[in-house]
Design a protein around this ligand. Structure first.
Ligand code: PMP
Length: 302
């Protein structure tokens, strides 16, 4: 992590190394924080924060869902974000606002603890790597289910909820994959550990909907809008695990990861199935009495 000069902390700009909390901070013990990931891009107009207002709105909504009154307005948080990026002299960066229950009380009732707000930013390359972004990543369907609406709030971006993503991420990495895809209790596809997921099949783009325990991704909203503007059909519906394997393309979207193709899921090459059918077994050439390799392949396709 590349430190910058300043972090915004409860209304002040403080030196990076002084932006500290006490070890008895409530959020550290019980996960009582809500946060955002935002990106600033170097554009022709200068540094520009992508959908800043939408991120701040989601932050405030997440805070409300966890009973955290935020002592700053959306406008103050937006302005502080812009000033922080400018004061740190960054042209492009990742921005991390967090609202959390601070020091004051121990125990599960957080209501008497301060609500602290900080914003940090730093230069952070794309989360799944330039190589992954250009050439795709290998993903594994996690053995961990995505948190459900009966126990937590999938629509909130809350610190404690990310233990679910951490388990899935570590499992996938230890098994040699770069990312995990989580299913819900019914076996429907939800999302990656920090990204929304899409499949493309026969020209249609399909993605799990709001009732599939996903985070309402801000990049997702842009993807859907741009795809529709370009004339693609985008369906938000339940997606079965094997639909991913059978897709022509799968990709992920998120602020940290940006847009990343998925080239393999659970060792199934995505799109490879079609290529294999078209190239290895031409449809107009069915040869049950052909040579051994062709017979094997033809047999395998049933
Ligand atoms: N799902 C989860 C669980 C996430 O953490 C993120 C990253 N915030 C996303 C989806 C993508 O959301 P966004 O495009 O707003 O970054």
């Amino acid at each position: 992590m590349q430190p910058t000069d300043l972090i915004w902390m409860n209304g002040d700009f403080v030196a990076w190394e002084n932006a500290k909390v006490l070890v008895l901070t409530h959020g550290l013990h019980y996960g009582t924080g809500v946060f955002e990931g935002v990106r600033c891009y170097d554009t022709e107009l200068g540094p520009a924060v992508f959908r800043n207002a939408d991120h701040v709105e989601r932050l405030l909504r997440s805070a409300e869902l966890y009973y955290m009154p935020v002592p700053y307005s959306a406008e103050q948080i937006r302005a502080a974000t812009l000033e922080l990026v400018a004061r740190n002299g960054l042209r492009s960066c990742y921005i991390r606002p967090i609202v959390f229950r601070g020091y004051g009380q121990m125990g599960l009732n957080p209501l008497d603890c301060n609500v602290d707000v900080t914003i940090a930013c730093w230069e952070w390359a794309t989360y799944l790597g330039e190589e992954g972004k250009a050439n795709g990543i290998r993903a594994k369907v996690s053995s961990w289910r995505r948190i459900g609406p009966d126990s937590l709030i999938p629509q909130a971006k809350a610190s404690g909820q990310y233990l679910n993503s951490v388990l899935a991420k570590v499992e996938s990495m230890k098994a040699g994959y770069q990312e995990a895809i989580l299913l819900d209790d019914h076996g429907y596809v939800c999302e990656g550990t920090g990204e929304n997921v899409y499949l493309v099949r026969e020209g249609e783009i399909v993605t799990p909907g709001q009732s599939n325990s996903i985070l309402d991704g801000i990049t997702r909203r842009s993807v859907i809008q741009i795809a529709r503007d370009l004339g693609y059909t985008v369906s938000e519906r339940n997606v079965g695990r094997a639909e991913l394997y059978l897709a022509d393309e799968v990709f992920l979207s998120g602020t940290a990861a940006e847009l990343v193709p998925v080239v393999e899921i659970d060792d199934h090459p995505i799109g490879g199935y079609r290529e294999w059918l078209d190239v290895v077994v031409p449809r107009d050439l069915e040869t049950p009495a052909g040579d051994v390799s062709e017979r094997r392949i033809t047999g395998a396709t049933g």
